[in-house]
Design a protein around this ligand. Structure first.
Ligand code: IPM
Ligand code: MG
Length: 356
């Protein structure tokens, strides 16, 4: 029997509940497919600040680097919102991404046939459906650039800077072309090249690398236009590649047209390592501890882990199919139920396990 060591970063808010769901689903699918998992929890985010005074303890970084893969819930909450930037829970997320070298963030967003009614777009747009993957650069750009406070012409001033090296752009763009090659061979690179130098370098490199992938159709799109096109005609997108900041924003937009941000998983990868898997949503402190959260994004993140980190294609597919099935059965958590009676986090997890 194969055994995988998984570091669990439950985090804050709904984090512990949704990670618990994914763990139960992994154990169930492991039983079916003869795979075993050893889960080791580590502190991150607000809960780490509370118990050891820092959002990303050394032991957490070491645990993640030693594990075969990492499953993360979510971090942050109002309790820690007034702390200085370097002590905020979100800093831990950026810290672990950097420490593990996770420069690629894959965020698939598709419209489930069963959730067509949840898509806020017009019927004729919904009818066309959509299925895209956002390839977001995750360890560079304005998230990691030089920042600070200074005295300016008009007094106190704050600044953040965006910078991208050729190496950083080349490696993420290559991942995007490879991803496109395995899908519909259509890549949209999103930038703000009419204003930003980083975007102009980005665009130049995209077209250099495009020469190595003559089978992939590539187009540039400005980010403001992309935000509009996403709600005008999302079916035009297949693989999208973009910077850290633009990817953050566009992936939230993409999630909402799938019906709920509670549906979107993600995989954060580095070259040749096994990565970190997390839902794209946050810690939802307003519903934390109430058994109300939608566990599907985290459960699907676990499915991505099985596929990308461990090559356990069948087990991954089992989970994806079980999620499809519960949705087709009309089972919904509160985020998708419009006030109608809904399943709790635990009950939804039970149903997914039943359908494995
Ligand atoms: C995400 C989140 C994070 C990000 C925050 C919590 C730092 O919004 O993973 O999309 O901006 O990357
Ligand atoms: Mg985000």
């Amino acid at each position: 029997m194969k055994t995988y060591k998984i570091a669990l970063l439950k985090g804050d808010g709904i984090g512990p509940e949704i990670v618990e769901s994914a763990v139960r689903v992994l154990e169930a699918v492991g039983k079916k497919r003869n795979i075993s998992f050893v889960f080791t929890p580590y502190l991150i985010g607000g809960s780490a600040i509370d118990s050891c005074g820092e959002p990303l303890p050394k032991a957490t970084i070491e645990g993640c680097l030693q594990a075969d893969s990492v499953l993360l819930g979510a971090v942050g909450g109002p309790k820690w919102d007034t702390l200085p930037g370097h002590l905020r829970p979100e800093k831990a997320l950026l810290g672990i991404r950097a420490a593990m070298g996770l420069f690629t963030n894959l965020r698939p967003a598709k419209l489930y046939p069963a959730l067509k009614g949840e898509c806020p777009l017009r019927e004729d747009i919904v009818a066309k459906g959509f299925d895209m993957t956002i390839v977001r650069e995750l360890t560079g750009g304005i998230y990691f650039g030089e920042r600070g406070y200074r005295e300016g012409k008009y007094g106190e001033e704050a600044y953040d800077t965006e910078s991208y090296s050729r190496m950083e752009i080349e490696r993420i763009v290559r991942v995007a072309f490879e991803t496109a090659r395995k899908r519909r061979k259509k890549l949209t690179s999103i930038d703000k090249a009419n204003v930003l130098e980083t975007s102009r370098l980005w665009r130049k490199i995209v077209h250099e690398i495009a020469e190595e992938y003559p089978d992939v159709e590539v187009a540039d799109m400005l980010v403001d236009n992309a935000a509009m096109q996403l709600v005008r005609n999302p079916s035009q997108f297949d693989v999208v590649v973009t910077s850290n900041m633009f990817g953050d924003i566009l992936s939230d937009e993409a999630s909402q047209i799938t019906g709920s941000i509670g549906m979107l998983p993600s995989a954060s990868l580095s070259q040749g390592k096994r990565g970190l898997y997390e839902p794209i949503h946050g810690s939802a402190p307003d519903i934390a501890g109430q058994n109300k959260a939608n566990p599907i994004a985290t459960v699907l993140s676990a499915a991505m882990m099985l596929l990308y980190a461990f090559d356990e294609e069948e087990a991954s597919e089992d989970i994806v199919k079980a999620v499809d099935k519960v949705l087709e059965l009309g089972l919904r958590t509160a985020d998708l139920a419009h006030g109608a009676p809904a399943l709790g986090t635990k009950e939804m997890t039970d149903k997914i396990i039943e359908n494995l």
